[in-house]
Design a protein around this ligand. Structure first.
Ligand SMILES: Nc1nc2c(ncn2[C@@H]2O[C@H](COP(=O)(O)OP(=O)(O)OP(=O)(O)O)[C@@H](O)[C@H]2O)c(=O)[nH]1
Ligand SMILES: [Mg+2]
Ligand SMILES: [Zn+2]
Length: 327
């Protein structure tokens, strides 16, 4: 394991910032050095009505959301105002994009903002639920954020699963989605992940237990941050992430770890919006008999024909239909 002392420049500062915030939070203290706080900051994490903020000088501190201020999420740029009680988040600056998931009622819930790419992490255990990856890809398309897939726990892939994962990798790579393989446990493929996330802001999403936090740990010089400071231990001795948190990477770029899901639900979308998330349907759809064909039940559907002729992966076509039925 890499020790803290060997970490690249900046490590100690980041760590000190988090620890300081954690202590102030726990003891209900207010920092009193806010008078010269810059007027904007980046939200690293949100805790109820409070945010952990990084300002331009790299300092980290807590700021409360002002009453009636729009709820900030991880990755937001916010306007800060100094008050006697410390800095408050007065406003959220316009977002480049936002990444949502659906709550139980099918309503959009934004979990992060201002992303360059979403990395969907999957693993042989827990095995991805059917259509999970395609649902994520549909969501990414709908909000205009690029996507990539990371297959973690390569040390646990059984012979039975090997073919399915190879097929998935083949289909997605052909569509232009970066597909990487990692093993957080044995540090395999970590360079590929490092390269993938080196520029801009990435978020790791996926089912609980696939190894998102373990992967972020591998990218950080002071590993204990992810699994101890910001996670809670479950009864099984596992750490499950409870909030989306942004980290600076020593090799460049920023990465967000997010709480795992059981099933990724997309919010209410029409069949046409869902079809947008299957860009390979576009050309074939021009041959549908009806201009407003949903590619589900209509006769003379060009997309169905393309799937039957093998020009579109049948697995994707079938997945599309299931997603439409469940939406
Ligand atoms: N065998 C093996 N186990 C791994 C690997 N990566 C992570 N694990 C283990 O999988 C378990 C879950 O890892 P986490 O990193 O907590 O998973 P997570 O995706 O962050 O889970 P949530 O925070 O609940 O969403 C832990 O016991 C890890 O040690 C891997 O590549 N191989
Ligand atoms: Mg986690
Ligand atoms: Zn059609």
């Amino acid at each position: 394991m890499r020790s803290n002392a060997e970490g690249p420049k900046g490590t100690t500062r980041r760590r000190a910032g988090l620890v300081k915030w954690g202590m102030a939070h726990a003891q209900g203290q207010d920092d009193d050095d806010r008078s010269d706080a810059p007027s904007t900051g980046l939200v690293l994490a949100r805790y109820g009505r409070s945010c952990l903020i990084e300002t331009a000088d790299g300092a980290r501190s807590e700021a409360k959301l002002r009453k009636r201020a729009r709820a900030a999420v991880c990755g937001d740029r916010v306007v800060l105002e100094a008050t006697n009680d410390g800095a408050v988040v007065a406003d959220v600056l316009p977002r480049r994009n936002e990444f949502p998931r659906a709550d139980r009622q099918g309503r959009k819930q934004v979990i992060a903002a201002n992303l360059d790419r979403v990395v969907v992490v999957i693993a042989p255990q827990p095995e991805p639920t059917r259509d999970l990856v395609n649902r994520y890809l549909v969501a990414c398309h709908a909000v205009g954020v690029d996507a990539a897939v990371c297959l973690n726990k390569t040390d646990r892939i059984s012979d039975d699963q090997q073919n399915d994962f190879e097929e998935l990798a083949h289909v997605l790579s052909k569509l232009g989605y970066p597909f990487i393989r990692t093993c957080a446990k044995q540090e395999d493929g970590i360079e590929a992940l490092e390269t993938l996330v080196r520029e801009g802001v990435h978020i790791l999403v996926g089912q609980s237990g696939v190894g998102k936090s373990s992967l972020v740990d591998r990218l950080l010089p002071d590993r204990e941050l992810v699994t101890s400071a910001l996670s809670k231990t479950t009864g099984k001795g596992r750490h499950t992430t409870t909030r989306t948190t942004l980290y600076d990477l020593p090799g460049g770029g920023r990465i967000m770890d997010s709480p795992g899901v059981w099933e990724y639900g997309i919010w209410k979308m029409t069949p046409h919006e869902i079809a947008e998330g299957f860009p390979e349907f576009g050309e074939a759809a021009q041959h549908c008999r009806f201009a407003n064909c949903t590619h589900c039940v209509e006769p003379g559907c060009g997309v169905r024909a393309a799937a039957e002729e093998g020009r579109i992966a049948m697995s994707r076509f079938e997945s599309f239909q299931r997603i439409v039925r469940s939406a």
